[in-house]
Design a protein around this ligand. Structure first.
Ligand SMILES: NC(=O)c1ccc[n+]([C@@H]2O[C@H](COP(=O)([O-])OP(=O)(O)OC[C@H]3O[C@@H](n4cnc5c(N)ncnc54)[C@H](OP(=O)(O)O)[C@@H]3O)[C@@H](O)[C@H]2O)c1
Length: 291
């Protein structure tokens, strides 16, 4: 069993840190909003600290799951960042969905301190975190991966090393690119079904048995049909992720016309008040445009 810290107790981090306790690890948490760290410590019986540095001191592994690149820099680099508290030989694992650039930047600082680093963004949503069945896409060295994987197994059902530092984030970009087009397709299908006077739920029960089936269809069609958009992964986060992917695409020369278009559709969802709605809310925009 390991001594670990978990930094960032959001929708994802809170249950992930809880699974580490359930698997017998000794867990110390940090969260910017202290009340959440207190609530977590009360619920799970772990410790909490008031800076990332204090939480990271003396730990074998430090896990991070915060919002974006800047948040990640804040909690890992600098005087009160996790790296300042970590010892040589320990390992920092980042679960934030961030850029491959920031992963390389943090890896370089970690290496200068003889600390291991891997980028390890996750997929599976709030339910995946709560049920401990996330997919984890890792970039880093094999030996670091081999040490950290048994700990990550506490909240994941698939943990794979995809290449050097940054490869985890690049893989997550592929994941988000694939999701963007699928959600827009599903939203258009349901929108069309309503316009055609069909029973959308019945339609999906049939077509999901065939080639149109997808995770989004299986898990979101009922709530979309009912206009409920409070299922976890927020539009604001999706725009962050698509922005990261589009920036990377400009650099590596790939053409992502559909991703760019869906990113624009999400900006329209934000404009109608849907910044914190979940990503299936592309349908809300279509329904609003119906007039
Ligand atoms: N939700 C999902 O379904 C999902 C799925 C896959 C991947 N992700 C990714 O996982 C990451 C976390 O997502 P989430 O849904 O857990 O987000 P969230 O609920 O908004 O939580 C964000 C966490 O980061 C902390 N944080 C944000 N900015 C910070 C800063 N500047 N300094 C210190 N702490 C900061 C927040 O602290 P406070 O409590 O103080 O705000 C909170 O603990 C994101 O990168 C997201 O894209 C999310």
């Amino acid at each position: 069993m390991a001594k670990v810290a978990f930094i960032g107790l959001g929708v994802m981090g809170y249950p992930m840190a809880g699974h580490l306790v359930k698997h017998g690890h000794q867990v110390t948490v940090y969260n910017r909003t202290e009340a959440k760290a207190q609530a977590w410590a009360k619920e799970h019986g772990g410790n909490y600290q008031v800076t990332p540095r204090a939480a990271a001191e003396g730990q074998e592994f430090v896990f991070v799951c915060v919002g974006n690149d800047d948040d990640l820099r804040l909690v890992t680099l600098g005087d009160n960042g996790a790296l300042a508290g970590m010892s040589a030989g320990s390992i920092l694992v980042d679960h934030t969905t961030a850029s491959a650039d920031v992963a390389r930047e943090i890896a370089a600082v970690a290496q200068s301190l003889s600390i291991g680093f891997m980028d390890a963004p996750v997929s599976g949503g709030q339910a995946g975190a709560e049920n401990g069945v996330l997919t984890v896409m890792v970039g880093g060295e094999q030996s670091i991966f081999d040490s950290a994987k048994p700990i990550i197994d506490a909240y994941a059902r698939c943990v794979e090393l995809l290449g050097e530092v940054g490869a985890g984030q690049l893989t997550k970009m592929v994941n988000q690119i694939c999701i963007a087009g699928v959600v827009q397709g599903l939203a258009e299908g349901l929108h069309f079904a309503r316009s055609a006077g069909l029973d959308g739920e019945k339609v999906v029960e049939v077509i999901s048995k065939g080639a149109a089936q997808s995770w989004q269809m299986e898990n979101r069609y009922q709530t979309m049909w009912q206009g409920e958009y409070n299922l976890g992964f927020a539009v604001d986060w999706m725009r962050k992720d698509l922005g990261i992917a589009l920036t990377e695409a400009r650099r590596n020369g790939s053409h992502l016309p559909l991703t760019a278009l869906v990113d624009q559709f999400y900006s329209e969802v934000q404009a109608i008040g849907g910044a914190r709605w979940d990503t299936s809310s592309l349908l809300a925009k279509l329904e609003k445009n119906r007039g």
